[in-house]
Design a protein around this ligand. Structure first.
Ligand SMILES: Nc1ncnc2c1ncn2[C@@H]1O[C@H](COP(=O)(O)OP(=O)(O)O)[C@@H](O)[C@H]1O
Ligand SMILES: [Mg+2]
Length: 209
């Protein structure tokens, strides 16, 4: 059995709130099922009971949270999800589609909050057990556009405003520029179907589907 049929793959979606990650992750899992590839989605932060508890703390905490506490909670939630959910699935041959992963910490707590991206990168390596996505889709939209698409109910981080979101988007662009082989930039201003065409075409090329 070749490596590609025995072990699962790890695919992540990244981008600012409202860019279309959840929409595309769902479409990707459906498409993979159609070609008999068993895939699961996970969401960040969250994905298992402990991670979901951390998610509640992170997104709805009433008290003001220190930037570093926020970063470490994000990464601890990721460690839990990686160890208990993502790695076991991959070992069992499932393809895992993650709605956000380590790049989100670099973009939000690094770009958005201004914490050291190098420091975050190291803590991310620890928290992810050094797992790296096989491919990452960065769905890029101007923040005003993403903002228009967002529903009225926003969590604590989504309420940070346009300047914050702009720094997040800029950091994602930097991440793409540093690692264009892994991070595929997709124009998220297109229709949902057209965005998915681009996602699927990159999937076919990457995994010879
Ligand atoms: N390409 C697109 N064009 C127009 N609307 C979109 C597009 N992609 C997603 N949407 C809509 O925008 C909103 C946010 O999309 P969602 O997938 O939840 O974004 P995210 O998960 O990145 O926050 C949803 O109402 C969704 O239907
Ligand atoms: Mg979403």
């Amino acid at each position: 059995m070749t490596e590609s049929t025995s072990s699962g793959k790890f695919i992540t979606f990244e981008g600012v709130d409202g860019c279309g990650k959840s929409t595309q992750a769902e479409k990707l899992v459906e498409k993979l099922f159609e070609i008999d590839i068993s895939a699961v989605t996970v969401r960040e932060p969250g994905g298992d009971p402990i991670s979901e508890s951390i998610r509640k703390l992170l997104l709805h905490a009433e008290e003001s949270m220190s930037d570093r506490a926020e970063a470490l909670l994000m990464i601890s939630s990721r460690a839990q999800l990686t160890d208990k959910v993502i790695l076991p699935h991959i070992i069992n041959g499932k393809w895992v589609v993650a709605d956000r992963y380590a790049d989100s910490t670099l973009a939000y707590q690094g770009g958005g909050r201004g914490l050291s991206v190098n420091a975050l990168d190291e803590i991310n390596n620890f928290g992810t057990y050094t797992l790296k996505p096989d491919i990452t889709f960065f769905i890029d939209v101007p923040i005003e556009k993403a903002d228009e698409r967002m529903s009225v109910s926003r969590d604590r981080i989504e309420k940070e405003g346009l300047n914050f979101q702009q720094r997040v988007r800029d950091q994602y662009l930097t991440i793409h520029a540093k690692d264009p082989d892994r991070v595929v930039l997709i124009n998220g201003e297109q229709s949902i179907d057209k965005v998915f065409e681009d996602v699927w075409s990159a999937m076919k090329e990457k995994f010879s589907l």
